[in-house]
Design a protein around this ligand. Structure first.
Ligand code: RB5
Length: 143
């Protein structure tokens, strides 16, 4: 699985933590930046990641900002992207099972390392259920 990563300054530290986790799990990723704590605008990083996922260059994306809100709003503007701002493993799991979410957004200023890692692990290992009712609902969004 190839994963695209991106953050602003508010999500930078958590992105670095999650990169270590992905390396440990031998999961392939590309980091679209940012690469420091210097203030930047989250759409400059969230759009490239979301577009790369929408084009099929990456199976999934993980975005980080201070709250997870800004990158979620941005990613969901890209057709084909279903982004979730997950604050717990329940939401992470349901976003995959029911929503087939292909971008996970995390709040670097709100989540501990342990909680964020659990959310990422849950989200990455959970498949879309494929149930007819969920497909029907997702098709309605697409249309
Ligand atoms: C940046 O200060 C902050 O607004 C951003 O990281 C994010 O939390 C926006 O939703």
């Amino acid at each position: 699985m190839k994963i695209a990563l991106g953050s602003d300054h508010g999500g930078y530290k958590l992105k670095e933590i999650i990169k270590k986790y992905l390396q440990h799990k031998q999961l392939e990723f590309v980091d679209f930046g940012t690469d420091s704590l210097q203030s930047v605008d989250y759409p400059d990083f969230a759009f490239p990641v979301a577009e790369a996922v929408a084009k099929g260059e990456f199976e999934k994306g993980i975005l980080f900002c201070g709250s997870g809100v800004g990158v979620t709003i941005t990613a969901n503007k890209v057709p084909g992207i279903r982004a979730v701002n997950a604050y717990d493993t329940y939401t992470a799991k349901q976003s995959r099972q029911h929503g087939d979410c292909n971008v996970l957004c995390l709040g670097g200023r709100r989540l501990s390392k342990a909680k964020a890692t659990k959310i990422v692990a849950t989200w990455l290992r959970t498949d879309f259920s494929g149930d007819e009712r969920h497909l029907r609902r997702l098709k309605k969004i697409e249309r």
